[in-house]
Ligand binder design. Structure first.
Ligand SMILES: [Zn+2]
Length: 319
C-alpha cells in the first residue's frame, strides 16, 4: 500500500513538472523571439561605435603628427626671423657707414641696390640662385596682385616662397597688395593706398612669420600718385613706412619688342658711369633681365660696386 501511494505521488509530481516545464519553455521561446533581435541590434550598434572609435583614434594620431610638424615649422620660422634680423642689423649698420663715406668722398667704393618688382614669380627662384652664386644681395618688392599662386607656376602658393627671400639675406619691400594704379585704383584715394600697403604687410608677416616690409615702392613709381603724393607720403610716414623710387630704369618693362638683354645691360652700365650709389629698377618676371644679370654684376663689380639689400635708413630711401 505504501508502495502504491508513493508511485501515485510521483506520477502527480511529474504532471505538475510537465506543466511547469511547458510554461518555462513558452517563456524562453517568447524571450528568445522578442529579445534576440533586440540583442543583435545592440551588438551591431556596439560594432559601429567601436569602428567610429578606431577611426577617431587614427584621426587623432594623424592630427597630433601634423601638429608636431606645424610646431616645428613655426619654430624654424621664428629662428629664421631672429637670425635674419641680427644679420640685417649688422649689414645695414655697415652699409649706412659705407654710404656716408661715399657721400663724404672718403671711400672709393660704390653701391648698387638691385631691386626687382612685381614678384613673387617662379623666376624669382632663378634670381635667388644667381644671386647666391654671385654673392649678391638685392631687394624684392612683392605684391599679391598676381593672386595666391605663382603666375608662372600655378601649383606653388605665393606665400610659400616668401621665406626664401629672407633665407638668402635679401630685403622684402612692399609693392602694395593690389598694385592697381588704374582709374579708381590706389591713387584715387589715400585710404585705399594705405589699406593696400597694410594688406601687403599683413600678408608678408603671415607668410614669413613676422617680417614687416617697411620700404614701399609705389606701383608705377611715386609720380603716379600725382597731386595726392604729399598726402600719401604723410600717411606712410605716420605709420612708420619709408618709400623709394629708382635712379636707374633698366628698361626691362619697356615692352617685349624693345626690352632685350643687350638694352638692359647698356641702360644699367651707362647710368653707372655717373652714379656712385644707385637704385636700379628691374622686374622679377623678366627673362631678359635674368639673362643680362651675370654680365651686369661682373661689370659693375669690376668698377668697384658692391651689391646690398635696401634698408629703411639708407640715404636712397625717403622717410
Ligand atoms: Zn610694379
Amino acid at each position: 500500500m505504501a508502495e502504491t501511494e508513493r508511485t501515485d505521488r510521483r506520477i502527480k509530481i511529474s504532471k505538475a513538472g510537465l506543466i511547469a516545464a511547458a510554461l518555462l519553455a513558452c517563456a524562453i521561446l517568447a524571450a528568445t523571439v522578442f529579445t534576440v533581435p533586440r540583442f543583435a541590434g545592440v551588438f551591431k550598434e556596439y560594432r559601429g561605435l567601436r569602428q567610429s572609435y578606431k577611426t577617431a583614434q587614427k584621426e587623432l594620431t594623424a592630427a597630433e603628427k601634423a601638429n608636431a610638424g606645424l610646431s616645428q615649422k613655426v619654430k624654424e620660422m621664428t629662428k629664421m626671423k631672429t637670425d635674419s634680423e641680427k644679420l640685417s642689423k649688422q649689414v645695414f649698420e655697415l652699409a649706412a657707414k659705407t654710404e656716408q663715406d661715399i657721400v663724404d668722398g672718403k671711400s672709393n667704393k660704390k653701391i648698387c641696390y638691385i631691386t626687382l618688382d612685381d614678384g613673387p614669380y617662379k623666376r624669382g627662384q632663378d634670381f635667388l640662385e644667381l644671386f647666391r652664386k654671385y654673392d649678391v644681395k638685392a631687394t624684392f618688392f612683392l605684391t599679391t596682385a598676381n593672386g595666391d599662386l605663382l603666375p608662372d607656376q600655378a601649383d606653388i602658393s605665393a606665400s610659400s616662397v616668401y621665406p626664401d627671400y629672407l633665407r638668402y639675406g635679401h630685403t622684402i619691400g612692399n609693392h602694395t597688395y593690389s598694385h592697381d594704379y588704374g582709374d579708381g585704383g590706389l591713387y584715387s584715394d589715400t585710404g585705399a593706398f594705405m589699406k593696400s600697403v597694410e594688406d601687403q604687410t599683413n600678408f608678408t608677416e603671415e607668410a614669413t612669420g613676422g617680417y614687416v616690409p617697411r620700404i614701399v615702392r609705389f606701383p608705377g613709381g611715386s609720380g603716379m600718385a600725382g597731386s595726392r603724393l604729399d598726402e600719401i607720403e604723410d600717411s606712410l610716414r605716420e605709420r612708420g613706412y619709408t618709400w623709394v623710387d629708382w635712379t636707374v630704369d633698366s628698361g626691362d618693362s619697356w615692352g617685349t619688342d624693345v626690352a632685350n638683354a643687350t638694352l638692359i645691360k647698356s641702360n644699367v652700365l651707362d647710368a653707372s658711369k655717373e652714379q656712385d650709389i644707385m637704385v636700379v629698377l628691374f622686374h622679377e618676371w623678366s627673362e631678359p633681365t635674368l639673362e643680362a644679370m651675370p654680365d651686369i654684376i661682373d661689370s659693375l663689380r669690376g668698377s668697384g660696386y658692391i651689391f646690398l639689400p635696401l634698408f629703411p635708413e639708407s640715404v636712397m630711401v625717403s622717410k
